[in-house]
Design a protein around this ligand. Structure first.
Ligand code: NAG
Ligand code: NAG
Ligand code: NAG
Length: 429
């Protein structure tokens, strides 16, 4: 983690529909559609919502489409709450670019100088490489070894509020002209959408310009869809499980208190686990001790069950096969106990982040069931534990930088996505 930004892919799902059931959907549409004042005031509570596409396996990423430039052009970006900088593969010209779905971004000529506060914020941890005062060079390196090198520019982002109003702020982004792919599977995307806590993150920039509250959320469906949102009016805060955000680890979305690992509802004895929520990671990573505990406990539970280790399946480090290939996690989840992380929120109170079998297992192409929790020490995460997409699916995860809290609530992310799509249509008439 030192000198690398762990890409956190987090999608906050809106909890409303699950919690409120069908009537909530109606309620929601009514609220969005009703009232002229809501449409025309740029209330501080206004949200921007994006549809999300992707999955943990086999794709390994979730993406959103963002329109950037004049005229606006669409780009598919990797949703990443684990890093700050948004960058596009860029024709500056490009030294090394990876295969991408859209033509390379043609940078605006609005170069950000190196004395700009955003440039200074980028280089706070000391990796200055000022080659010329009139431009701000950057280099980001991710935990999987991938990297992007380029220069910061400002350009127009075309966004829509849920109420239909257009928003066209000028925001800083990276024009990346030298990319190295990460060790994990290559993502055929145009760049990264940085949603971290730092100043240069798109959320921080939109917030400092007064466009949205400093809150993001995502809801990633295990069926491949979902939403990303900026703002705080898509959920009922009183129904969300909240935990305070760390002030020390201010670079990441990390609970203030370390978590305690539970297996089948009982403590494993592992406490104070430093945890971060990272939508840029498709799998969950535990530190050596927690990883060892989980693999030991799972193997112990599986002895005598009709599952044996499938050493010839290299989809992930640990896979098991049954008598016949599995089609879905439903068929195997009875053999696996739920995990959970319990975070202290006060002197006596705790919040539980549940990780049921669906949130830590995948079914490989060969029909085996594989453990989607990996050994983070192996990729240099040291003591950190990282909650990846696999464990955040089918709930809304909310990063509230105003209240300095992280929250979660079970949600039907597909329903939320279709509600948003129909709400958007209402305003397009
Ligand atoms: C990215 O998301 C868009 C929808 O926003 C979808 O149409 C597209 O297929 C996705 N691209 C990739 C490469 O997954
Ligand atoms: C914003 O809304 C306009 C119509 O009001 C629509 O044409 C455009 O595609 C929308 N943009 C996005 C990014 O959804
Ligand atoms: C995790 O990875 C580290 C570093 O490669 C290794 O030393 C350790 O034995 C691994 N832990 C387990 C339980 O496999």
């Amino acid at each position: 983690m030192v000198k690398m930004n762990v890409r956190l892919k987090m999608i906050l799902l809106m909890v409303m529909s699950l919690v409120l059931g069908f009537s909530s959907a109606v309620d929601f549409r009514w609220r969005k559609g009703g009232g002229f004042s809501g449409r025309f005031t740029r209330a501080a509570g206004s949200s921007v919502v994006f549809p999300v596409h992707g999955n943990v396996y086999p794709l390994g990423y979730y993406n959103v489409t963002i329109n950037i430039g004049q005229p606006p052009r669409p780009y598919y970006l990797d949703l990443d709450t684990g890093s700050d900088l948004t960058w596009l593969q860029c024709d500056a010209p490009c030294v090394r670019c990876l295969e991408a779905p859209h033509p390379l971004y043609q940078p605006s000529n609005d170069l950000i100088p190196c004395n700009d506060p955003l440039c200074k914020a980028m280089h706070m941890n000391g990796n200055h490489r000022y080659e010329a005062a009139e431009q701000c060079d950057y280099e980001v390196e991710y935990a999987d070894g991938g990297s992007s090198l380029g220069v910061l520019v400002r350009d127009v982002f075309s966004l829509n509020y849920t109420e239909g109003l257009r928003l066209t702020p000028r925001l800083a982004l990276g024009c990346g002209y030298d990319q190295i792919p990460g060790a994990s599977s290559h993502h055929p995307l145009d760049g990264v959408l940085g949603l971290g806590r730092g100043k240069v993150s798109i959320l921080s920039q939109l917030h400092s310009q007064g466009h949205v509250k400093n809150v993001i959320g995502h809801c990633l469906s295990s069926l491949g869809g979902g939403i990303l949102f900026f703002g705080d009016d898509l959920y009922d805060s009183s129904r969300v499980s909240w935990t305070p955000m760390s002030r020390e680890n201010s670079k990441h979305y990390s609970p203030a208190m370390g978590g305690e690992l539970l297996f089948g509802g009982r403590t494993t004895g592992l406490k104070n686990l430093l945890t971060i929520f990272d939508s840029g990671s498709s799998y969950t990573y535990f530190n050596t001790k927690a990883y060892q505990a989980v693999t030991y406990l799972l193997k112990r539970e599986l002895s005598g069950k009709p599952l044996k280790e499938a050493r010839d399946d290299h989809t992930l480090p640990l896979c098991w096969q049954g008598r016949r290939p599995f089609m879905s996690i439903e068929e195997v989840k009875k053999y696996f106990k739920p995990l959970a992380l319990s975070f202290k929120t006060g002197w006596r109170s705790k919040t539980l982040f549940e990780i049921p079998p669906e949130a830590y297992l995948i079914i490989s192409r060969k029909g085996n069931v594989c453990l989607g929790i990996l050994n983070g020490t192996e990729i240099g995460l040291q003591n950190l534990n990282l909650i990846g997409d696999i464990s955040m699916q089918d709930q809304m995860i909310i990063y509230d930088n105003e209240k300095q809290s992280i929250g979660w609530i079970p949600a039907d992310c597909d329903e939320l996505a279709s509600l948003q799509a129909s709400a958007a249509q209402v305003y397009e008439y």
